[in-house]
Design a protein around this ligand. Structure first.
Ligand SMILES: Cc1cc2nc3c(=O)[nH]c(=O)nc-3n(C[C@H](O)[C@H](O)[C@H](O)COP(=O)(O)O)c2cc1C
Length: 325
């Protein structure tokens, strides 16, 4: 599946659902404020082309309406989303088909699963620029700070990829990350999340946990990563099922993990069990600031790769907090 973020943005522009903004904007508070006002009006997705202190543009509000979310799922209407639901339900409880029509339905779903298998891209665009060790500088990525009481700059739409150290099964989740230094970030994941489980297991085995963060991927892959699916099912396969063909993956440069080949940026690093940082607070969707986590797992990155002229995709939790901390 060669679809990527750029193609989705192109599609939005062709359909009159993307506004380019040439004026200089500040990733500190200003981008989120403008994006939130536009979102309230049901406005278009936004591409900020000149961001203060950054060389890269920032895209926001891509999935800001039901219509755009359908398009991201390669669908034209909400009714098609329901059909997808039926397909997924068949996969979840595959009872033996009793009638010929059921058999054909089930067979078609199995065919979809075969078509959905991920494939390997040997010359992935995400490796066009490779920066290692001291060259890694996460401050160059135009992360936003959405609200005035927020604890720092945040990544909200990164795919966090880890692997079970016993079974080798990968997990892909979307978890909030806070910038801590030019090569570290903390992660905020619930204890039930796949990444948290993998870290506990790595700790039990006395190992570090390898991690890759893919930024700026096809929104359809983000939807698959944010779908709660059984632990032994692959989010890559789900993305392929959503999109009708397998996701193109690339092998990371310094960790034994795979990422979407067309990611705009990829961060590669490790978490050492027990190494933590202070994370938060951040405004959340309830309209209040969440707490401070003084023991958030710390990720250390040794490699940063990106496409030529990458763009950064972000979002933020609505609704805006009603009170300061
Ligand atoms: C924009 C966005 C932000 C999210 N942020 C978090 C987060 O900070 N922490 C968390 O535990 N889950 C977060 N989630 C939810 C998880 O990504 C989602 O439940 C996913 O299915 C978890 O995958 P897993 O069960 O494989 O760990 C977020 C989802 C979205 C769409």
């Amino acid at each position: 599946m060669a679809r990527d973020l750029r193609k989705f943005i192109q599609q939005l522009e062709q359909r009159g659902q993307l506004q380019r903004i040439e004026a200089l904007v500040d990733p500190d508070l200003e981008i989120a404020e403008i994006a939130d006002r536009m979102l309230q009006k049901g406005g278009p997705a936004l591409l900020f082309e000149h961001v203060k202190g950054a060389d890269y543009p920032v895209a926001v509000n891509l999935l800001g309406t039901v219509e755009r979310t359908c398009w991201a799922m390669k669908m034209e209407s909400q009714a098609e989303l329901e059909k997808l639901g039926e397909k997924l339900a068949l996969l979840q409880q595959p009872k033996p088909p009793k009638k010929l029509a059921q058999f054909l339905d089930f067979g078609k779903v199995l065919f979809d699963v075969v078509r959905a298998k991920p494939q390997r891209d040997l010359f992935p665009p995400c490796h066009q620029v490779v920066l290692r060790d001291d060259q890694v500088d996460l401050t160059k990525i135009p992360m936003i700070r959405p609200y005035v009481g927020d604890g720092g700059k945040v990544v909200t739409l990164g795919l966090v990829i880890t692997k079970d150290c016993e079974t080798g099964t990968p997990n892909v989740g979307v978890y909030r990350l806070q910038l801590q230094s030019k090569n570290t970030m903390t992660v905020q994941w619930l204890s039930v999340r796949g990444g948290a489980r993998h870290l506990r297991k790595a700790a039990e085995h006395g190992q570090q946990l390898e991690v890759a963060i893919a930024l700026g991927v096809d929104p359809l892959i983000i939807m698959a990563a944010a779908t709660p699916i059984p632990v032994d099912l692959s989010e890559w396969l789900f993305a392929g099922l959503y999109g009708g063909s397998g996701v193109l993956l690339a092998k990371c440069k310094t960790v034994d993990l795979e990422v979407p080949a067309h990611s705009e940026f990829v961060l590669e690093g490790t978490i050492t069990p027990g190494e933590v940082g202070v994370d938060g607070p951040f405004g959340d969707h309830m309209g209040y600031y969440g707490g401070i986590n003084e023991a958030a797992p710390l990720m250390r990155f040794q490699c940063l790769t990106h496409r030529h002229q990458p763009l950064y995709l972000t979002t933020f939790s609505g609704r805006p907090p009603k009170r300061r901390r």
